[in-house]
Design a protein around this ligand. Sequence first.
Ligand code: AMP
Length: 727
Amino acid sequence: MRILSAFIPRRQILSLRQFQTNSIRRESISTIHASMDATEQSLRQSLSEKSSSVETQGNAVRALKASRAAKPEIDAAIDLLNKLKLEKSAVEKQLQSTISSSGNGSLNREAFRQAVVNTLERRLFYIPSFKIYRGVAGLFDYGPPGCAVKSNVLSFWRQHFILEENMLEVDCPCVTPEVVLKASGHVDKFTDLMVKDEKTGTCYRADHLLKDYCTEKLEKDLTISAEKAAEYKDVLAVMEDYSPEELGAKIKEYGITAPDTKNPLSDPYPFNLMFQTSIGPSGLIPGYMRPETAQGIFVNFKDLYYYNGRKLPFAAAQIGQAFRNEISPRQGLLRVREFTLAEIEHFVDPENKSHPKFSDVSKLEFLMFPREEQMSGQSAKKLCLGEAVAKGTVNNETLGYFIGRVYLFLTRLGIDKERLRFRQHLANEMAHYAADCWDAEIESSYGWIECVGIADRSAYDLRAHSEKSGVALVAEEKYAEPKEVEKLVINPVKKELGLAFKGTQKNVVESLEAMNEKEAMEMKATLESKGEVEFYVCTLGKNVSIKKNMVSISKEKKKEHQRVFTPSVIEPSFGIGRIIYCLYEHCFSTRPSKAGDEQLNVFRFPPLVAPIKCTVFPLVQNPQFEEATKVISKELTSVGISHKIDITGTSIGKRYARTDELGVPFAITVDSDTSVTIRERDSKDQVRVSLKEAASVVSSVAEGKMTWQDVWASFPHHSSAAADEQE
Ligand code: AMP
């Protein structure tokens, strides 16, 4: 539901075609479930049969006892009852394990998440904002290592996209006047459906309550029939498409009440997610905190186009805060009320969406989840990007190019490629004007999470701002030679239309002007032969009768020196906080301590994102080693390597454990004033280098100029087993 409604403002109202697709999807999803969950279905069936056998046999035993039957007869009946109970409990166990392994929120995932989140909070990667005042849901601070990781992710983003693609970076205000967000559609449509506790007024996301109800029934209630289980699964699959009325009806049908109080709930109604404000002291200029950064780029299109020498394609990019007043944020760092977005708007000629660098990514193979596979109940498959574009699975080369670049960006950061997939939007998720959309989804303990949206949004945004502002946001293509073109000219005769349609004249005029060439020429032919034609005006939702004197349609020949058009926009939009959280989960692991008595946490961050690249420890507290530590620290600073000195008197093993938990990839131990050891976090292997070389070796390997294998091969070394001895 969230995706749909938040998505609508820029991905606008569902068209009739999309509503039709929804019903097609509903049918096919039922079929998918029928085949996918065969095991679970048959176990539920068998459990209900076993339960009724147990009940029948229980009644039989009671009847025998009441009729004072012979003891051997009663004993035999009790034996049978016990046997049936055992069979029932075996099926129960099987069902329970089938449900948890199907991944609908298994306990393991929650335990894993808890371990990650505890470590992140304890080491101040993030802090719930305003904690001493009990915090505010959906607002988080980044602590020192969190800030460092974020800054590394953003600087790699700038390098990978802005620098490598020569993008034009802008930085626009968060406070945005209403008119801009009215034009973009956010003021009217940036909503989620909400319900209220009728007695306390507490608000909930309506779809979340329905989702929780169905999930809990499926995971915890072993007594529900196979048919009921299939129904709940069906609801989960199609609830994104529910209208407010359908959602309200389901909530009533299932008797869902407010989770905290069990009070009745209101009907669902739309809640706009933007934070409203006013600009200036008079309060007369309404504004909002921007829900995305993209609008700042669109409104600057004209200047950026000139800055780029009036050439297409070009891309503009922006990193900045976005604000969404989420109704009841619950997924920790994944759904927050203020977050960092990094967005690219790549402007391209709609008639030529090829990309000169597509061949750089065309050979990449990764998990893709096209629409057809989703509809037919298959799972994501490894596909070759070049083939996906050639076959038309991905709409065009530019969109494909960005999908490939996003894949490279995420995997280089440390996202596990087996837990990254590109899912194509189903027809009902996309606005009528969008050509194609793919989400980079990353699997985490919360399931598959949309972290980057990559959409071909056609010309929608620039057109919307052109219309509202009156400033033409267009590009031109100058012809080498003037071209003779035949142009369709539709002239509605406003006087006649006004007389005939009065207050609805505007709707009729707009629909007439929006006709494509085929429609217009058909109308012309009918008007000439019959003098009158039935014409469907979609904004009125009915047919009107158009007479010959109400419109003139012709084709005129003209010489044109240039083509003026509204560029299409291809938009990759990155939720930086989501990417970082998934990275934390993908990099987190535990390993036993040397004594084997506890599990130690390790963040296996690639050096690129590690918050601190190196720790420096003097082995023991002694003035010579401390002096050498200072020298190394100075050199690390001069080569720009972030580091931390640990001179606490604790054991070296404890100090390693502390830096492993922060994900520091290298540790220099100063155990002499001429040479030191460098330890690599994941292998725990060590090399010995001279004091003078230490900083440059760490810098080379941290910046990817050398691999650890190169370092290992170039210096005297000892393996982790030997290193453990030292710890
Ligand atoms: P959208 O404009 O809704 O497609 O969102 C763009 C990106 O922003 C998504 O791909 C997410 O990564 C991220 N995002 C959206 N909503 C939130 C939120 N409430 N908290 C954190 N990230 C979000």
